[in-house]
Design a protein around this ligand. Structure first.
Ligand code: NAP
Length: 321
């Protein structure tokens, strides 16, 4: 049977932004409830080495870092809900959230920390072979490509990191990028250029995934040079799409103001959204930095702002009595 609960602060999402908001809200005695979503721990649970989160001299693992954040949030009193929010009503306070399980949560203040999801190219052949050789997560699927040849599409940090990670398994990794320069950090680029298993094809895009049926699998990639329009056939056992991320905002469409690119709009130097009492932190609102550490910083801001909002609201109700 579904149940109904009431909370001072509900946090949706369990990445660095959500966990940090939970730690601060719990320490402010707000007894936060965190609805963790489908992939608890967020994007860092599908990365490997993390070397830019401050505080760790040695290279740490993304999943380990998220476990530590979860333990810390639990230790200070966060209540975790392993569920997925299905619908929200932000039209009036307390805000009403309905989960997949049917459970309902009423929240006096809400922190949206739903993060971002991998983007796809939306080629029909990409859809056909998704899960059959086409993937957006090297950490999840790289193991299946022991001794095989793979292609990575993209030129940002994710593409370069995934290409480097795939060298642990694959015999050959080809990175296909639409321009002639990467946007990934220099240190990662240098590692990639030095790697004997990695080859880069510049100024090119994935035109089509070549595959076969029975069993369904990828056998190659048609790559089009954007300058010459020449299409080249590449032999490949797997194709990893690493072309960036899109904010997970569908749930809030039409209820909070969004930027034209679909990220949640917040007030300058604040996590306040267009709805009083609703705060947004991390990749769901940040289209500039998109780092674990900036997400954590925003999570802290969101909890502090929620605390101030609730205190001011409480003062108003006391004054009205
Ligand atoms: P990103 O930085 O937005 O890079 C996306 C890449 O995909 C770009 O090279 C882009 O090309 C390419 N691309 C986009 N649409 C394409 C299309 N339709 N066809 C072909 N190529 C396309 O995304 P990201 O690499 O996922 O990184 C997201 C954020 O997370 C970034 O801020 C990144 O720094 C951060 N991140 C950090 C780390 C780390 O610090 N270790 C690791 C992973 C991610 P153009 O370059 O031509 O635009």
């Amino acid at each position: 049977m579904s149940k109904t609960s009431h909370a001072k602060v509900v946090i949706i999402g369990s990445g660095p932004a959500g966990y940090t908001a939970a730690i601060y809200a719990a320490r402010a005695m707000l007894e936060p409830v965190m609805i963790q979503g489908i992939q608890p721990g967020g994007q860092l649970t599908v990365t490997t080495d993390v070397e830019n989160y401050p505080g760790f001299a040695d290279v740490i693992q993304g999943p380990w870092l998220m476990e530590q954040m979860e333990k810390q949030a639990a230790h200070v009193g966060t209540r975790f809900v392993p569920d997925h929010v299905n619908t929200v009503d932000l039209g009036r306070r307390p805000f009403r959230l309905v989960c997949d399980s049917g459970d309902i949560y009423f929240a006096e203040a809400l922190v949206i920390a739903t993060g971002a999801q991998a983007r796809w190219l939306d080629l029909p052949s990409e859809q056909t072979f998704r899960g059959h050789g086409v993937s957006a997560c090297a950490t999840c699927d790289g193991f299946f490509y022991k001794g095989k040849e793979v292609v990575v599409i993209g030129g940002g940090n994710t593409a370069v990191e995934e290409a480097l990670f795939l060298t642990n398994f694959a015999s050959k990794v080809t990175v296909v990028h639409r321009r002639d320069v990467f946007r990934a950090e220099r240190i990662l680029q240098e590692r990639l250029f030095r790697h004997p298993k990695i080859n880069v094809i510049w100024n090119s895009v994935l035109e089509d995934v070549r595959g076969s049926e029975g069993p369904r699998k990828v056998v190659g990639a048609a790559i089009r040079n954007v300058k010459t329009d020449v299409v080249t056939e590449l032999r490949s056992d797997g194709i990893f799409i690493a072309i960036g991320h899109a904010p997970a905002t569908e749930l809030f469409a039409g209820q909070v103001e969004m930027k034209p690119n679909g990220y949640i709009k917040t007030a300058p130097y604040s996590t306040a959204t267009s709805v009083p009492g609703v705060f947004a932190a991390g990749d769901v609102t940040d289209d500039v930095y998109r780092q674990a550490v900036t997400a954590a910083g925003m999570g802290c801001m969101a909890a502090l702002e929620a605390e101030r909002f609730l205190a001011a609201h409480h003062m108003e109700s006391v004054a009205a009595e």
